[in-house]
Design a protein around this ligand. Structure first.
Ligand SMILES: C[S@@+](CC[C@H](N)C(=O)[O-])C[C@H]1O[C@@H](n2cnc3c(N)ncnc32)[C@H](O)[C@@H]1O
Length: 222
């Protein structure tokens, strides 16, 4: 699926239709409680909206994304910020490009569901050495609040809830939504918890915003 992110028209449409609002940014970043001494990394930084919000607070911020077009926009948003680092890479291969950095905070929104369930623990294991002990990681993404094996039977209920959740926007996003839940690799809370545990992170908070979208907060304990 990552090839679509190198299609400029796809990226343009994504940012037009799904551009993050101020309220969404507030909700996503609040659990990080960013401070001046923090070093922050975002996986799937997209056009850099969240990094742009963080860059004047933290000591250093890095973004990883596989899409040239997204990174080009992120570069514009972060122009002149010497403490920003943008890495063009897949999630699974970015560690080498980040060697020497140690992060106190990590975040990812609507991006890590592009990893298959078998790739998720591999990603966390590879990324873990980039984080300091005590580091906080916020994951906000499509996450099912039921066992993923029940997905097929839950689809009608998900659609009913999504219509209410997205309101007027539903007709515009219905097709993308169905692809995301059925063809990308969204999973459930226990699967993510186990993947992060694999890299030495413990779950310290989680919240389901709907039966298909939510957030989890992890702390690196070893
Ligand atoms: C749905 S967008 C989310 C962007 C942004 N975080 C937001 O909240 O709007 C997913 C982002 O993840 C990136 N991405 C998808 N698969 C990836 C992969 N395997 N490795 C690195 N980046 C990937 C895409 O290029 C895209 O910018």
């Amino acid at each position: 699926m990552s090839e679509v992110w190198n299609n400029p028209d796809y990226v343009k449409r994504y940012n037009n239709v799904y551009g993050i609002t101020k309220e969404q940014l507030d909700r996503y970043m609040a659990p990080l409680r960013l401070e001046t001494a923090d070093t922050l990394i975002e996986f799937g930084c997209g056009n850099g909206e969240a990094l742009a919000r963080a860059i004047d607070i933290v000591e250093m911020a890095a973004g990883v994304d596989i899409s040239k077009d997204q990174l080009e926009q992120a570069r514009k948003k972060l122009a002149g910020k010497k403490n920003a680092l943008l890495v063009e890479s897949s999630f699974l291969q970015c560690r080498e490009a980040l060697a020497g950095h140690l992060f106190t905070k990590g975040m990812s929104r609507k991006a890590l569901h592009h990893l298959t369930d078998s790739e998720k623990p591999v990603f966390v294991e590879r990324a873990a050495p980039l984080f300091k002990q005590g580091a906080i990681f916020v994951l906000e993404d499509g996450i099912f609040d039921f066992d993923k094996s029940l997905l097929k039977e839950k689809v009608p209920q998900i659609i009913e809830e999504a219509k209410v959740y997205y309101g007027d926007a539903w007709l515009k996003i219905e097709k993308d939504f169905m692809i995301t839940i059925l063809e990308e690799f969204m999973t459930d809370y226990p699967t993510w918890e186990s993947a992060f545990k694999n890299g030495g992170f413990e779950l310290i908070d989680r919240k389901a915003y709907s039966m298909f979208y939510g957030m989890m907060v992890f702390k690196k304990i070893r």
